[in-house]
Write a protein that binds this ligand. Structure first.
Ligand code: MN
Length: 197
């Protein structure tokens, strides 16, 4: 098995003006593609060659000799997941199972959006903000650099990439504006609900 770059689930210009085609040309077409290529190069000839991405991530996370493999493989997983977390005309108040669970576990939609945004702002430097299931309860968390909940036995339901490459062309240094826009206009709640089933 070779690690592959998945197709984007929308056209590169479909998220504009919130995320522009130019950002996706770089973010998907250069950054994500490079993580895929580097992962394949690094695992070639090792006992991780032919393994699926999650297996590679879980084997590499606790082995300091495999840091390069972990960083690239985790970034492949995180980006492939991130594209599915957004859609044109998304965002706003969810419905279905996730809406009930946000009310039950996180104190309602307003508190959820506030906590998601604040956690994304609080990540110092590069990283990710996540909605995850931890033992069947929703939690909001952040990870630094390439780190991913997948490596730590948690089930991701939603992520927002807060590396500067995700927003700098469109928002420059305004990470809070990017997070607000993502929450209001881009979250693919259908995808999140599909993961709860
Ligand atoms: Mn990224």
């Amino acid at each position: 098995m070779t690690i592959t770059l998945p197709e984007l689930p929308f056209k590169k210009d479909a998220l504009a003006p919130h995320i522009t085609e130019q950002t996706l040309e770089f973010h998907y077409g250069k950054h994500h593609k490079t993580y895929v290529e580097k992962t394949n190069t690094l695992i070639e000839g090792t006992d991780l060659e032919g393994k699926d991405l999650e297996t590679i991530i879980r084997k590499a996370v606790n082995d300091s000799s495999l840091t390069g493999i972990f960083n690239n493989a985790a970034q492949v997983w995180n980006h492939s997941f991130y594209w599915q977390c957004m859609k044109p005309g998304g965002g706003g108040t969810p419905s279905g199972a996730i809406a009930d669970k946000i009310n039950a576990d996180l104190g309602g939609y307003e508190k959820f959006t506030e906590q998601l945004k604040d956690t994304g702002i609080a990540q110092f430097g590069s990283g990710w903000v996540w909605l995850v299931l931890k033992e069947e309860r929703l939690e909001i968390m952040k990870t630094g650099n390439a780190d991913t909940p997948v490596a730590h036995g948690l089930k991701p339901l939603l992520t927002i990439d807060v590396w500067e490459h995700a927003y700098y062309l469109d928002y420059q240094n305004r990470r809070p504006d990017y997070l607000s826009t993502f929450i209001q206009h881009l979250i693919n709640w259908d995808f999140v609900n599909s993961l709860l089933k």
